[in-house]
Design a protein around this ligand. Sequence first.
Ligand code: ADE
Length: 314
Amino acid sequence: QREDGLRPRRLADYIGQGELKQVLGIAVEATRGRGEALDHVLLYGPPGLGKTTMALVLAEELGVRCRITSAPALERPRDIVGLLVNLQPNELLFIDEIHRLNRVAEELLYPAMEDFRLDLTVGKGTTARTRSLPIAPFTLVGATTRAGALSSPLRDRFGLIQRLEFYGLDDLQAIVQRAAGLLQVALDAEAALEVARRCRGTPRIANRLLRRVRDVAAVGGHGRVSAALVQEALSLHRVDARGLDAHDRRLLTLMLESYGGGPVGLDTLAAGLGEDPATLEAVVEPYLLQQGLLQRTPRGRVLTDAGRAHLAAA
Ligand code: ADE
């Protein structure tokens, strides 16, 4: 991935998510003292907030390897069996989009998580038997944008369940300044704050915007990047003053122009945008809700006064 070089590697370098760091820091320290595998960890929240990064940081802190996969890559039983039997003691297995695991994979995981054991069926028909195979103690780190989509037996097997939050401006500014240092971009503090304001509370987007700003600066022959240059570069990429992209604005505009600001159902909006409702709910809406531009009500989504004002100003 592009962002690899920018990922923090240690807990001390991971900016923001104070509660998450505190909880996991304590668990890591206690676990290291015992020489055991860390309890299974479920990380949930909108994309780009650092779930994969945190899994890699945990592995680094524990001094073990982290295997990375995602549920859609575990289609056949042998995919997950292969990963589990090859784990060394106390290693991490990171499964992204864990809410998308199929039934068979999920049922293989239960005894693996609980008793470090695989229950395999060998043979077919009347000669089929179950064989139990011990595996090394390991830590499953699951990540999902939709904790509610996990079955409760799976969710209940995680000892640590933590939500990642959108980052505040100060943390984002610090993240941008750190990344600018690593990318060797000379960025004013004001310019870093301007990127922070426009990244939807999301470090992955901040880093992406920073690269676009760097391009504009390089092509324009600018040595130092100012706040004005950030504004110029990002309006070129249709990111507005609040960090909303064309996608976000299309949703808000549809609500206003076709449904008078709502209430309107999620499915109706998704159909109007040609989107999958679950993606709209887990990926697009959370930031708009957090910014108070949109509300969820029992009768559907409603555009708030702030949402209307934002569209009027844009
Ligand atoms: N880069 C991306 N996310 C980060 C974070 N939370 N802390 C430091 N650098 C980051």
